[in-house]
Design a protein around this ligand. Sequence first.
Ligand SMILES: C[S@@+](CC[C@H](N)C(=O)[O-])C[C@H]1O[C@@H](n2cnc3c(N)ncnc32)[C@H](O)[C@@H]1O
Length: 202
Amino acid sequence: MTDRERFFPATSMPDEDWWRMLWAEPQHVLKRLGLQKGMQAVDLCCGYGWFTLPMAQVLGAGRVTAIDIEPAMIAAAQKRLQALNAPAVNWITGCAQELDKALPPQSQDFVFIANTFHGVPEKEALTRVVHRVLKPRGLFVIVNWHAHPREQTCVLGRPRGPATELRMPPAAVCAIVEKAGFALQKQVELPPYHYGLVFSRQ
Ligand SMILES: C[S@@+](CC[C@H](N)C(=O)[O-])C[C@H]1O[C@@H](n2cnc3c(N)ncnc32)[C@H](O)[C@@H]1O
């Protein structure tokens, strides 16, 4: 299968002008979702590194792995972090479904996927891959758009985010992730349009 075929549908990276309107304080978001010093963490489908930067700033050099299938996204993320003298990150250009080939089993404390899970064709299979790389009690954190109609989620005067029919209510995510060996720890509201789910690996 080519990288084009592996690309999760409806998960292109948004432009930075409106992304920063939604995610003005990504470090605060990550901390609310359980990121803590001392952790080993993954930014799964990292885009241009909007969340990778604060993750590396909180955790320090060598503690963050960031993966994206688009070489241009990895290059943009590297450039962003270098410009700000961020701590070193382990960059992987590759498919999220193969995370368990890139990292040792039970090696991570925190796996974070933002704005992408809605488009993953095989969600339970991806969750099982995440399960393999997490330590027992490690956290799998999913940030999604709320299942509001797309025309109601406007930023800078235009409807944004995935098509209405792709959006998932939290209960639909829980049903998949819990089947793959996780327990929901908490749900966090991320206004105006997102929620975060924190799952603990059983
Ligand atoms: C909507 S963006 C979100 C980026 C980042 N998580 C954020 O919230 O700022 C989704 C990202 O997933 C990446 N992606 C799509 N399919 C992928 C796959 N199979 N494996 C890894 N990354 C993928 C895209 O290249 C894109 O950068």
